[in-house]
Design a protein around this ligand. Sequence first.
Ligand SMILES: C[S@@+](CC[C@H](N)C(=O)[O-])C[C@H]1O[C@@H](n2cnc3c(N)ncnc32)[C@H](O)[C@@H]1O
Length: 217
Amino acid sequence: MAHEGKRDWTDEERVQRMVKSYAVRYDNEFWKSLDSLTGSGTRETVADFGCGPGLLLVDIANKYSAKVAIGVDESKEMLAQADTFLKERTNLESFELVQVNLDTEEIPVEPDSIDYAFSGFMLHEVASPSVFVSQVRRHIRSQGLFVVYDFISGNEAAFVKTMSEHGMSEEQARKRYPHMCKHSAIDIEEILQTSGFQDCRMIAIDEIRAVVVGIKR
Ligand SMILES: C[S@@+](CC[C@H](N)C(=O)[O-])C[C@H]1O[C@@H](n2cnc3c(N)ncnc32)[C@H](O)[C@@H]1O
């Protein structure tokens, strides 16, 4: 059966749709929640798993004055867009874009090398969230953070309303709700905890989105 929560991210039009919708998806409420969960300061190596077109990676690299950025995605079309944005919009010492299917392949990045890892609108797409999160954890340094931002379950009507406002038909939104809003905020927090992250905390930004963070001790 097709994964209704996952699209064909090699489609160039979808890549551009992700770019266009970035400011709406990563709005002020998101940044306020992120700040209150993770604070400011410097993070030398930042990474985005399922980085898509790379705009969030650009923003966190600049926000945390990172020297190195790593973007991981299975779509080479997304990574090509990320390459352009990282070159144009950051002053990183270096960056690496890695094409990997995180459901089936190991992440070819040094273990214990990332200070700040992120994953946005991605957890609901992976085949096994706990395998994915455990894999990410291995690549994070001691005291490093992992931030998951995703849709959450619990209010189908709010999800359908928001998606309809952004051009999805009501029928499609209802069909996709169980796949895109697969986990509650508490479920995501538990996935991080059971995968070995500590001091996990979350903020439900509204009825359909949450930010969750854990620390690798
Ligand atoms: C909804 S898009 C979000 C992109 C980006 N995080 C953002 O918010 O703009 C999901 C991204 O995750 C990637 N993705 C989904 N499943 C993946 C997997 N198993 N391995 C690697 N990348 C994956 C897709 O290629 C896509 O770029």
